[in-house]
Ligand binder design. Structure first.
Ligand SMILES: NC(=O)c1ccc[n+]([C@@H]2O[C@H](COP(=O)([O-])OP(=O)(O)OC[C@H]3O[C@@H](n4cnc5c(N)ncnc54)[C@H](OP(=O)(O)O)[C@@H]3O)[C@@H](O)[C@H]2O)c1
Length: 324
């Protein structure tokens, strides 16, 4: 079994920096190489986050002995950069959303399977202790049967047509960027809905700045979800059962605590999971374990779950008339 997993990072933007900071705090791995479109940026990044090699092109990553690459480019480049790594025989952890639509995700999964290489979507919330605890409380029957989920993710961003958030050429919009978190939460706890309702407000660039969506499930439950880049919202998630509820405390996508409540909304117990990381260490540990064990998929975040997720995103976008 490999003792130290050697990581490469492709794209030296904002999330790559936070990920690299957490990688430095995660045992059993090292940052072997970082590649950027700018050699200077790669060198600065490598210096700050203990990278051994810095490259001014993505292709050069494959001249090293990396075990896995973290793809941290904009949504619209995820497919291209994942295929680049797989074609160079290196497994991939690719940022969310996995790609722009199901057709792209199908191609990525097909190549990973053909090559027998590791592939996982970086849905890091899947691995947070709060998510795992919520699942175990529900399995223990603490809130009864889930009846409805309410979750929102919103922050106020200034409109900038050239920014990743608002530029359609970079897959801009609230839904794919942050709406994915409430959508994924509902998928994880209630599975795939039988009915999807959605409506968006659009920015001048025609990307969605607010999207509200409702899912209905065959087991008589619903999810009421929202995302926006126009307002700072509570960013809470609540899973209501017929015997109690669970609150993933704000901001729910990076929660360090959750509260179990009785049927009247009184607190029963709060579970705390303090950390000195951004929270990416949990997904990094999962990838390290998979690579060390020569697994091509994570059991917690399998490709079948990513396929369901992208299908759900496609269908919700269709209902909200969000088009790229
Ligand atoms: N998991 C999370 O918590 C989280 C948080 C934020 C974002 N994300 C995801 O991470 C991805 C990147 O987001 P970010 O906020 O880090 O974006 P960002 O700051 O704009 O960084 C993206 C990087 O990708 C590279 N790149 C390659 N082609 C590009 C192009 N055509 N236009 C712009 N940049 C290009 C650039 O790096 P080089 O020039 O150095 O190669 C750029 O710095 C998105 O898909 C987003 O959904 C995830």
């Amino acid at each position: 079994m490999k003792e130290t997993i050697k990581w490469g990072i492709l794209g030296a933007g904002r999330i790559a920096a936070k990920f690299a900071a957490d990688l430095n705090k995660t045992p059993g791995c090292e940052l072997l190489a970082v590649a950027s479109t700018s050699l200077e940026r790669a060198q600065e990044f490598a210096l700050e986050y203990n990278g051994k090699h810095a490259f001014g092109s993505y292709q050069e990553l494959f001249s090293t002995e990396i075990d896995v690459v973290y793809v941290a480019t904009p949504h619209t480049s995820h497919k291209e950069h994942t295929l680049l790594c797989l074609n160079n025989n290196v497994g991939v952890l690719c940022e969310k959303p996995f790609a722009m639509n199901q057709g792209e995700v199908d191609e990525m999964i097909q190549l990973a399977k053909e090559k027998g290489l590791f592939l996982m979507e970086a849905m890091w919330t899947r691995f947070l202790p709060t998510t795992l605890k919520a699942q175990s409380l529900i399995a223990e029957g603490k809130i009864g049967n889930i009846k409805t989920i309410a979750a929102d993710f919103g922050f106020k961003a200034e409109f900038d047509p050239k920014s990743r958030l608002f530029d359609p050429k970079l897959g801009g919009g609230a839904f794919l960027d942050i709406g994915i978190y409430p959508a994924f939460l509902s998928l994880l706890f209630l599975d795939y809905p039988s009915k999807i309702l959605a409506a968006s407000i659009f920015a001048p660039t025609n990307t969605d700045e607010t999207t509200s969506f409702v899912y209905r499930y065959d087991n008589e439950s619903t999810a009421v979800l929202n995302c926006t880049v126009k307002s700072n919202t509570d960013c809470e998630a609540r899973i209501y059962g017929d015997m109690g509820s669970i609150k993933l405390n704000r901001k729910f996508h990076m929660a360090t605590s959750l509260t179990l409540m009785d049927v009247d909304g009184n607190e029963v117990e709060t579970f705390d999971y303090p950390r000195d990381t951004f929270g990416y260490n949990y997904e990094i540990e999962e990838v390290n374990k998979c690579i060390a064990n020569k697994q091509t998929e994570s059991e917690l975040m399998p490709l079948s779950l990513s396929l369901k997720l992208i299908h759900l995103l496609d269908k919700t976008r269709e209902a909200a008339t969000i088009v790229y």
